[in-house]
Design a protein around this ligand. Structure first.
Ligand code: UGA
Length: 446
């Protein structure tokens, strides 16, 4: 019989993982402590915008017409413990208030609540991003708490999904990494991932610390790549070079590669920024802080880009924002997501607003979340409305909708035709042809 699966925590990671497991043919029970989230998921509605996820949920959530019925949700720990052979723990590990370290309270609480109810053999699989050393500590804690004792085992299986591509990344992962302590745990996880492995996804078996580190190392590398190209953008700005051409040219070297070399206002979101900080904090605890001091520089380069964008906007409107109108296109931390956590776009919009400009934001999906975080900004129902009467237009999240805008139409609505491209994603020649002055980050002005 195929193992039955529970997924603990139904945010971006958990909701997607639960739906994907049902798609792979397993019986799945999702658990969350948030009643509203459970109610929405049980109706086949996603708690966030993620392309393809709603459809996947509707294909499997029990009670929805035509659905397989393999997926349902609960808030009851005993029910989940009783149901599952394998429990995937997918709860959030945000940055601690006022500290670099990550907040493990949700993981600890979830592991404890589950362990106390485990009366039959089970494999608990951690998927949350945690500081190295956590799995070993949690394994001891579960062993002490679970009524089933030795019958319960822990494994660590980091997740590499990207928001905006979460469904495809989960169903067709580019690698599967499992930190295990027994052949039994490996066998169970091979069974879970048999379909993607048969399609060619590499299956890498490691110990606990390596599995935990693979995740933080991968995100640190990605952050480093982005800050590297943004540092080159600073040099280009100082020397008259063009960072977009530079990235294209170095990217042809296969050892460097073209991906993640898009210069602009830098990285944000719920992962990269907090993961590099938590990694530095953990290295400090291990007495290995020197190994990661470079990440402090990666973080600084990244945060500097936001400040640079504010400066460019101030220059564009004169030397003060007072009494000016600024249009901001984009609020989400990246396109195809409604996530505004540590969003560079919203951060820039907020800074400009605090310096006295009247800022109007438009984002295709991130408006509700942005309004919640920054209620004092102005919000418009479309890009055209945001731009109306603006002294300068800032393009800060590269939604495809913005690439398709008509510069003529926007030009007629804008107060002045000045565009700052914070993502190097718009066709500057097209905008210039419509009479716009275009400035982009790390690129010379013609
Ligand atoms: C990131 C990783 O890419 C995933 O592999 C990982 O699983 C995930 O974190 C996680 O830890 O859960 P995500 O946060 O969805 O995924 O976003 P990315 O696609 O990595 O983008 C992060 C930020 O970097 C965005 O703000 C994006 O605009 C920015 N970025 C990306 C650039 O500024 N330039 C680039 O060239 C690429």
């Amino acid at each position: 019989m195929a193992p039955k699966i529970t997924v603990i925590g139904t945010g971006y990671l958990g909701a997607t993982h639960a739906a994907a497991m049902a798609e792979l043919g397993f019986e799945v029970l999702g658990l969350d402590v948030d009643a509203e989230k459970i109610a929405r998921l049980s109706r086949g509605e996603t708690p966030m915008y993620e392309p393809g996820l709603q459809e996947l949920l509707r294909r499997h959530v029990e009670g929805i017409e035509g659905a397989s019925g393999r997926l349902r949700f609960t808030r009851d720990w005993a029910e989940a413990a009783d149901f599952g052979d394998i429990h995937f723990v997918c709860v959030n590990t945000p940055q601690k208030q006022g500290e670099y370290a990550c907040d493990m309270s949700y993981v600890n609480a979830a592991m404890d609540s589950l362990a106390k109810e485990l009366r039959r053999p089970a494999l608990v699989v951690g998927k949350s991003t945690v500081p190295v050393g956590s799995a070993e500590r949690i394994a001891a804690r579960i062993a002490a708490l679970a009524p089933a004792g030795d019958g319960v085992e822990l494994a660590w299986n980091p997740e590499f999904l990207r928001e905006g591509f979460a469904v495809a990344d989960t169903l067709h992962p580019d690698r599967i990494v499992v930190g295990v302590r027994s052949a039994h745990a490996e066998k169970l996880l091979r069974e879970v991932y048999a379909t993607p492995v048969a399609e060619g996804s590499p299956f890498i078996v490691t110990d606990f610390p390596t599995a935990e580190l693979v995740k933080t190392a991968a995100n640190s590398f990605l952050a480093t790549k982005i800050s590297f190209i943004n540092a080159m953008a600073e040099i280009c700005e100082a020397s008259g070079g063009d960072v977009v051409k530079l990235a294209e040219a170095i990217g042809h070297d296969e050892r460097i590669g073209r991906k993640f070399l898009r210069a602009g206002i830098g990285f944000g979101g719920g992962c990269l920024p907090k993961d590099i900080r938590a990694f530095m904090a953990r290295a400090g605890e291990l007495g290995a802080d020197q190994a990661l001091t470079f990440l402090r520089e990666i973080d600084s380069v990244n945060m500097r880009r936001r400040g640079r964008m504010v400066e460019m906007a101030r220059d564009a409107v004169g030397d003060s924002f007072l009494g000016t109108r600024v249009a901001v296109l984009g609020a989400a931390f990246k396109p195809d997501s409604d996530d505004v956590r540590d969003s560079p776009a919203l951060n820039v919009a907020g800074q400009i607003h605090l310096q006295g400009a009247q800022v109007t934001v438009y984002d295709p999906k991130g408006m509700d979340n942005a309004r919640r975080v920054f209620p004092t900004l102005g919000y418009a129902p479309s890009a055209l409305d945001a731009v109306r009467g603006a002294d300068v237009v800032l393009h800060l999240t590269e939604w495809s909708e913005f690439r398709d805008l008509d510069p003529e139409e926007l030009g007629a609505a804008a107060g002045r035709r000045i565009l700052l491209d914070g993502r190097n994603a718009l066709d500057a020649a097209r905008w210039r042809a419509a009479g716009w002055t275009v400035r982009a980050m790390g690129r010379p002005q013609p």
